[in-house]
Write a protein that binds this ligand. Sequence first.
Ligand SMILES: O=C(O)CCC(=O)C(=O)O
Ligand SMILES: [Fe+2]
Length: 323
Amino acid sequence: MHNSSATQPGTSAPTIPVIDVGPFIRNEAGAAAVVSAIETACRDTGFFLVTGHGVSPEKTMRLYNLARAFFDLPQDWKTQQGRGTDVVGGVAFSPIADEALSATLGIKTPGDYKESLNFGVRLPGDSWPDQPEGIEQAFRDYFVEMETLAKHLRRVFCKAIGLDQDYFEASFDGHMSALRVINYPEQDEDPLPGQLRAGVHTDYGFMTILRSEASSGGLQVQTRDGQWLDAPSIDGAYVVNIGDAFMRWTNDEWVSTPHRVANPPSDKKGSSRRQSIPFFLNPSKDTVITCLEPFCAEGTPAKYEPITYGEYIALKTKQAFSK
Ligand SMILES: O=C(O)CCC(=O)C(=O)O
Ligand SMILES: [Fe+2]
Protein backbone atom coordinates (compact mmCIF):
# COMPACT_ATOMS: atom_id res chain seq x y z
CA MET A 1 0.00 0.00 0.00
CA HIS A 2 1.34 3.42 -0.80
CA ASN A 3 -0.71 5.74 1.32
CA SER A 4 1.07 9.04 1.42
CA SER A 5 0.02 11.56 3.97
CA ALA A 6 -1.78 14.67 2.74
CA THR A 7 0.94 16.95 3.99
CA GLN A 8 4.59 16.14 3.41
CA PRO A 9 6.70 16.29 6.55
CA GLY A 10 8.64 19.49 6.87
CA THR A 11 6.47 21.49 4.48
CA SER A 12 3.01 22.90 4.71
CA ALA A 13 2.24 22.25 1.05
CA PRO A 14 -0.72 19.90 0.79
CA THR A 15 -0.63 17.17 -1.81
CA ILE A 16 -3.31 14.86 -3.16
CA PRO A 17 -2.65 11.41 -1.70
CA VAL A 18 -2.92 8.12 -3.57
CA ILE A 19 -4.72 5.54 -1.46
CA ASP A 20 -5.00 1.82 -2.18
CA VAL A 21 -8.52 0.99 -0.95
CA GLY A 22 -8.14 -2.75 -1.65
CA PRO A 23 -7.52 -3.66 2.03
CA PHE A 24 -10.74 -1.91 3.06
CA ILE A 25 -12.83 -3.52 0.32
CA ARG A 26 -11.46 -6.97 1.18
CA ASN A 27 -11.67 -6.30 4.91
CA GLU A 28 -8.00 -7.11 5.43
CA ALA A 29 -5.27 -5.82 7.69
CA GLY A 30 -4.68 -2.26 6.59
CA ALA A 31 -8.38 -1.35 6.39
CA ALA A 32 -8.04 1.07 9.31
CA ALA A 33 -5.10 2.80 7.62
CA VAL A 34 -7.27 3.33 4.51
CA VAL A 35 -9.96 4.96 6.65
CA SER A 36 -7.53 7.30 8.36
CA ALA A 37 -5.76 8.28 5.10
CA ILE A 38 -9.12 9.14 3.52
CA GLU A 39 -10.24 11.09 6.56
CA THR A 40 -7.06 13.18 6.48
CA ALA A 41 -7.49 13.90 2.77
CA CYS A 42 -11.16 14.87 3.20
CA ARG A 43 -10.32 17.35 5.92
CA ASP A 44 -7.31 18.72 4.06
CA THR A 45 -7.90 19.15 0.30
CA GLY A 46 -11.13 17.15 -0.10
CA PHE A 47 -9.42 15.25 -2.94
CA PHE A 48 -7.67 11.88 -3.09
CA LEU A 49 -6.84 9.21 -5.66
CA VAL A 50 -7.88 5.61 -5.21
CA THR A 51 -6.24 2.47 -6.56
CA GLY A 52 -7.22 -1.11 -5.73
CA HIS A 53 -10.86 -0.09 -6.31
CA GLY A 54 -12.01 -3.19 -8.18
CA VAL A 55 -13.71 -1.32 -11.05
CA SER A 56 -13.70 -3.37 -14.25
CA PRO A 57 -11.07 -2.00 -16.66
CA GLU A 58 -12.97 -3.62 -19.56
CA LYS A 59 -16.22 -1.79 -18.75
CA THR A 60 -14.30 1.43 -18.29
CA MET A 61 -12.53 1.13 -21.64
CA ARG A 62 -15.71 0.12 -23.40
CA LEU A 63 -17.48 3.26 -22.23
CA TYR A 64 -14.41 5.38 -22.95
CA ASN A 65 -14.12 4.04 -26.51
CA LEU A 66 -17.81 4.18 -27.40
CA ALA A 67 -18.13 7.73 -26.07
CA ARG A 68 -15.07 8.69 -28.06
CA ALA A 69 -16.65 7.24 -31.20
CA PHE A 70 -19.80 9.28 -30.46
CA PHE A 71 -17.83 12.52 -30.04
CA ASP A 72 -16.17 11.84 -33.42
CA LEU A 73 -19.54 11.85 -35.23
CA PRO A 74 -20.62 15.06 -37.01
CA GLN A 75 -21.61 17.96 -34.72
CA ASP A 76 -25.00 18.47 -36.37
CA TRP A 77 -25.96 14.88 -35.92
CA LYS A 78 -24.89 14.93 -32.27
CA THR A 79 -27.02 17.96 -31.46
CA GLN A 80 -30.05 16.75 -33.42
CA GLN A 81 -30.23 13.10 -32.43
CA GLY A 82 -33.11 12.29 -30.06
CA ARG A 83 -33.69 15.96 -29.35
CA GLY A 84 -36.66 16.78 -27.16
CA THR A 85 -37.73 13.18 -26.62
CA ASP A 86 -37.47 13.47 -22.81
CA VAL A 87 -37.09 9.94 -21.46
CA VAL A 88 -36.03 8.91 -17.97
CA GLY A 89 -32.68 7.15 -18.26
CA GLY A 90 -32.02 8.74 -21.65
CA VAL A 91 -28.89 10.58 -22.68
CA ALA A 92 -28.24 14.32 -22.91
CA PHE A 93 -25.58 15.69 -25.21
CA SER A 94 -24.07 19.03 -24.28
CA PRO A 95 -22.06 20.65 -27.10
CA ILE A 96 -18.85 22.66 -26.86
CA ALA A 97 -19.17 25.89 -24.83
CA ASP A 98 -22.74 25.02 -23.78
CA GLU A 99 -21.88 25.17 -20.08
CA ALA A 100 -19.69 27.55 -18.06
CA LEU A 101 -19.09 25.83 -14.73
CA SER A 102 -17.70 28.95 -13.05
CA ALA A 103 -21.16 30.56 -13.34
CA THR A 104 -22.05 28.40 -10.34
CA LEU A 105 -19.55 30.47 -8.32
CA GLY A 106 -20.81 33.73 -9.80
CA ILE A 107 -17.80 34.12 -12.13
CA LYS A 108 -18.64 35.04 -15.70
CA THR A 109 -16.55 33.39 -18.44
CA PRO A 110 -17.10 32.10 -21.98
CA GLY A 111 -18.47 28.53 -22.11
CA ASP A 112 -16.14 25.68 -21.19
CA TYR A 113 -14.16 24.16 -24.08
CA LYS A 114 -15.64 20.70 -23.77
CA GLU A 115 -18.59 18.59 -24.86
CA SER A 116 -20.27 15.85 -22.83
CA LEU A 117 -22.71 12.97 -22.74
CA ASN A 118 -24.84 12.81 -19.61
CA PHE A 119 -26.81 9.93 -18.17
CA GLY A 120 -28.54 8.94 -14.96
CA VAL A 121 -30.81 5.95 -14.36
CA ARG A 122 -33.42 8.35 -12.85
CA LEU A 123 -32.55 11.50 -14.79
CA PRO A 124 -34.27 12.81 -17.91
CA GLY A 125 -32.52 12.76 -21.26
CA ASP A 126 -33.10 12.23 -24.96
CA SER A 127 -33.64 8.80 -26.49
CA TRP A 128 -30.38 6.89 -27.05
CA PRO A 129 -28.75 6.96 -30.48
CA ASP A 130 -28.47 3.70 -32.41
CA GLN A 131 -24.79 4.36 -32.95
CA PRO A 132 -22.18 3.76 -31.76
CA GLU A 133 -23.76 0.39 -31.14
CA GLY A 134 -23.82 -0.61 -27.47
CA ILE A 135 -23.32 2.87 -26.05
CA GLU A 136 -26.41 2.77 -23.79
CA GLN A 137 -25.38 -0.59 -22.32
CA ALA A 138 -21.85 0.69 -21.78
CA PHE A 139 -23.20 3.64 -19.77
CA ARG A 140 -25.50 1.38 -17.76
CA ASP A 141 -22.79 -1.18 -17.00
CA TYR A 142 -20.31 1.44 -15.90
CA PHE A 143 -22.98 3.15 -13.76
CA VAL A 144 -23.34 -0.12 -11.83
CA GLU A 145 -19.56 -0.31 -11.35
CA MET A 146 -19.67 3.19 -9.89
CA GLU A 147 -22.56 2.31 -7.57
CA THR A 148 -20.45 -0.50 -6.14
CA LEU A 149 -17.35 1.64 -5.59
CA ALA A 150 -19.48 4.47 -4.17
CA LYS A 151 -20.93 2.10 -1.60
CA HIS A 152 -17.45 1.08 -0.43
CA LEU A 153 -16.44 4.72 -0.17
CA ARG A 154 -19.58 5.65 1.78
CA ARG A 155 -18.63 2.95 4.25
CA VAL A 156 -15.12 4.35 4.54
CA PHE A 157 -16.64 7.77 5.26
CA CYS A 158 -18.93 6.30 7.93
CA LYS A 159 -16.02 4.56 9.64
CA ALA A 160 -13.96 7.74 9.52
CA ILE A 161 -16.76 9.77 11.08
CA GLY A 162 -17.73 7.14 13.65
CA LEU A 163 -21.15 6.26 12.22
CA ASP A 164 -22.66 2.86 11.63
CA GLN A 165 -21.16 1.73 8.30
CA ASP A 166 -24.59 1.66 6.65
CA TYR A 167 -25.73 5.03 8.02
CA PHE A 168 -26.21 6.53 4.53
CA GLU A 169 -27.53 3.50 2.69
CA ALA A 170 -31.25 4.36 2.93
CA SER A 171 -30.46 7.76 1.38
CA PHE A 172 -29.12 6.03 -1.72
CA ASP A 173 -32.24 4.03 -2.52
CA GLY A 174 -33.44 5.87 -5.60
CA HIS A 175 -30.28 7.98 -5.76
CA MET A 176 -30.10 10.79 -8.32
CA SER A 177 -26.51 10.21 -9.44
CA ALA A 178 -25.26 11.33 -12.83
CA LEU A 179 -22.64 9.81 -15.08
CA ARG A 180 -20.93 12.04 -17.59
CA VAL A 181 -18.28 11.44 -20.24
CA ILE A 182 -16.49 14.66 -21.15
CA ASN A 183 -14.46 15.24 -24.30
CA TYR A 184 -11.91 18.04 -24.18
CA PRO A 185 -10.94 18.44 -27.82
CA GLU A 186 -7.68 19.73 -29.17
CA GLN A 187 -7.59 23.51 -29.07
CA ASP A 188 -6.59 24.19 -32.66
CA GLU A 189 -7.31 27.84 -32.06
CA ASP A 190 -6.43 29.65 -28.87
CA PRO A 191 -9.27 29.72 -26.34
CA LEU A 192 -11.19 32.96 -25.75
CA PRO A 193 -10.01 35.20 -22.91
CA GLY A 194 -11.09 33.56 -19.65
CA GLN A 195 -12.20 30.34 -21.38
CA LEU A 196 -10.97 27.10 -19.80
CA ARG A 197 -11.54 23.44 -20.51
CA ALA A 198 -13.69 23.58 -17.36
CA GLY A 199 -14.07 26.71 -15.27
CA VAL A 200 -13.50 26.79 -11.52
CA HIS A 201 -16.34 25.22 -9.55
CA THR A 202 -17.17 22.91 -6.69
CA ASP A 203 -19.28 19.79 -7.21
CA TYR A 204 -22.77 19.96 -5.70
CA GLY A 205 -23.48 16.48 -4.50
CA PHE A 206 -22.17 13.88 -2.08
CA MET A 207 -18.95 12.85 -3.81
CA THR A 208 -17.53 12.63 -7.32
CA ILE A 209 -15.59 9.64 -8.63
CA LEU A 210 -13.61 10.62 -11.71
CA ARG A 211 -11.73 8.53 -14.19
CA SER A 212 -9.33 10.82 -15.99
CA GLU A 213 -6.48 10.45 -18.41
CA ALA A 214 -3.08 12.08 -18.40
CA SER A 215 -2.78 14.94 -20.86
CA SER A 216 -1.47 18.45 -20.87
CA GLY A 217 -4.38 20.59 -19.78
CA GLY A 218 -5.65 18.53 -16.87
CA LEU A 219 -7.45 18.75 -13.54
CA GLN A 220 -6.24 21.33 -11.03
CA VAL A 221 -7.32 21.64 -7.42
CA GLN A 222 -7.26 24.80 -5.32
CA THR A 223 -5.76 24.47 -1.86
CA ARG A 224 -7.17 26.32 1.14
CA ASP A 225 -4.48 28.99 0.70
CA GLY A 226 -5.47 29.62 -2.92
CA GLN A 227 -2.71 27.75 -4.78
CA TRP A 228 -3.50 25.50 -7.75
CA LEU A 229 -2.22 21.92 -7.55
CA ASP A 230 -2.12 19.57 -10.54
CA ALA A 231 -4.07 16.42 -9.65
CA PRO A 232 -1.74 13.45 -10.19
CA SER A 233 -2.70 11.33 -13.13
CA ILE A 234 -2.18 7.64 -12.48
CA ASP A 235 -3.33 5.15 -15.03
CA GLY A 236 -6.37 3.27 -13.76
CA ALA A 237 -6.72 5.34 -10.56
CA TYR A 238 -9.82 7.34 -9.71
CA VAL A 239 -9.89 10.88 -8.41
CA VAL A 240 -12.44 11.19 -5.60
CA ASN A 241 -13.66 14.46 -4.16
CA ILE A 242 -16.24 15.66 -1.68
CA GLY A 243 -19.20 17.66 -2.96
CA ASP A 244 -20.99 20.63 -1.37
CA ALA A 245 -23.87 18.59 0.04
CA PHE A 246 -21.46 16.35 1.94
CA MET A 247 -19.51 19.35 3.21
CA ARG A 248 -22.77 20.66 4.66
CA TRP A 249 -23.45 17.27 6.27
CA THR A 250 -20.08 17.56 8.04
CA ASN A 251 -20.68 21.13 9.25
CA ASP A 252 -17.92 22.23 6.82
CA GLU A 253 -15.26 20.06 8.45
CA TRP A 254 -14.76 17.97 5.33
CA VAL A 255 -14.15 20.20 2.38
CA SER A 256 -15.67 20.53 -1.08
CA THR A 257 -12.79 22.10 -2.94
CA PRO A 258 -12.77 24.38 -6.01
CA HIS A 259 -11.24 22.75 -9.06
CA ARG A 260 -10.94 23.40 -12.80
CA VAL A 261 -9.52 21.89 -15.97
CA ALA A 262 -6.67 23.95 -17.42
CA ASN A 263 -6.08 24.63 -21.11
CA PRO A 264 -3.18 22.76 -22.68
CA PRO A 265 -0.16 24.98 -23.38
CA SER A 266 -0.12 26.23 -26.97
CA ASP A 267 3.06 24.27 -27.79
CA LYS A 268 1.16 21.04 -27.10
CA LYS A 269 -1.32 21.50 -29.95
CA GLY A 270 -2.14 18.17 -31.57
CA SER A 271 -1.44 16.00 -28.52
CA SER A 272 -3.81 17.28 -25.86
CA ARG A 273 -7.17 15.68 -26.46
CA ARG A 274 -8.52 14.45 -23.14
CA GLN A 275 -11.54 12.45 -22.05
CA SER A 276 -12.71 12.18 -18.46
CA ILE A 277 -15.58 10.24 -16.88
CA PRO A 278 -17.02 11.81 -13.71
CA PHE A 279 -19.69 10.00 -11.70
CA PHE A 280 -21.55 12.48 -9.54
CA LEU A 281 -22.92 10.59 -6.57
CA ASN A 282 -26.10 12.23 -5.28
CA PRO A 283 -28.57 10.95 -2.68
CA SER A 284 -32.31 10.59 -3.28
CA LYS A 285 -34.33 13.83 -3.45
CA ASP A 286 -36.02 13.41 -0.09
CA THR A 287 -32.82 12.69 1.82
CA VAL A 288 -32.44 15.18 4.66
CA ILE A 289 -29.01 16.80 4.88
CA THR A 290 -28.48 17.54 8.51
CA CYS A 291 -25.32 18.01 10.57
CA LEU A 292 -23.92 14.57 11.39
CA GLU A 293 -23.84 14.15 15.13
CA PRO A 294 -20.06 13.79 15.57
CA PHE A 295 -19.61 17.19 13.87
CA CYS A 296 -21.98 19.09 16.13
CA ALA A 297 -21.26 17.40 19.44
CA GLU A 298 -19.75 19.07 22.50
CA GLY A 299 -21.21 22.49 22.02
CA THR A 300 -20.30 23.00 18.35
CA PRO A 301 -23.52 24.34 16.86
CA ALA A 302 -24.77 23.13 13.49
CA LYS A 303 -24.11 25.91 10.94
CA TYR A 304 -27.02 25.00 8.68
CA GLU A 305 -30.68 24.10 8.95
CA PRO A 306 -31.70 20.61 7.84
CA ILE A 307 -32.74 20.62 4.17
CA THR A 308 -33.75 17.92 1.72
CA TYR A 309 -31.36 17.18 -1.13
CA GLY A 310 -34.07 18.23 -3.60
CA GLU A 311 -34.51 21.64 -1.93
CA TYR A 312 -30.76 22.04 -1.60
CA ILE A 313 -30.14 21.54 -5.31
CA ALA A 314 -32.95 23.94 -6.21
CA LEU A 315 -31.37 26.55 -3.92
CA LYS A 316 -27.88 26.04 -5.37
CA THR A 317 -29.15 26.32 -8.91
CA LYS A 318 -31.00 29.52 -8.06
CA GLN A 319 -27.90 31.01 -6.40
CA ALA A 320 -25.71 30.10 -9.36
CA PHE A 321 -27.93 31.77 -11.89
CA SER A 322 -29.02 34.84 -9.93
CA LYS A 323 -25.55 36.40 -9.71
O1 LIG B 1 -12.54 16.48 -16.33
C1 LIG B 1 -12.10 16.64 -15.19
O2 LIG B 1 -10.97 16.27 -14.87
C2 LIG B 1 -12.94 17.29 -14.12
C3 LIG B 1 -14.32 17.67 -14.53
C4 LIG B 1 -15.12 18.27 -13.42
O3 LIG B 1 -14.59 18.73 -12.44
C5 LIG B 1 -16.59 18.28 -13.48
O4 LIG B 1 -17.14 17.99 -14.55
O5 LIG B 1 -17.23 18.57 -12.44
FE1 LIG C 1 -16.05 19.05 -10.88
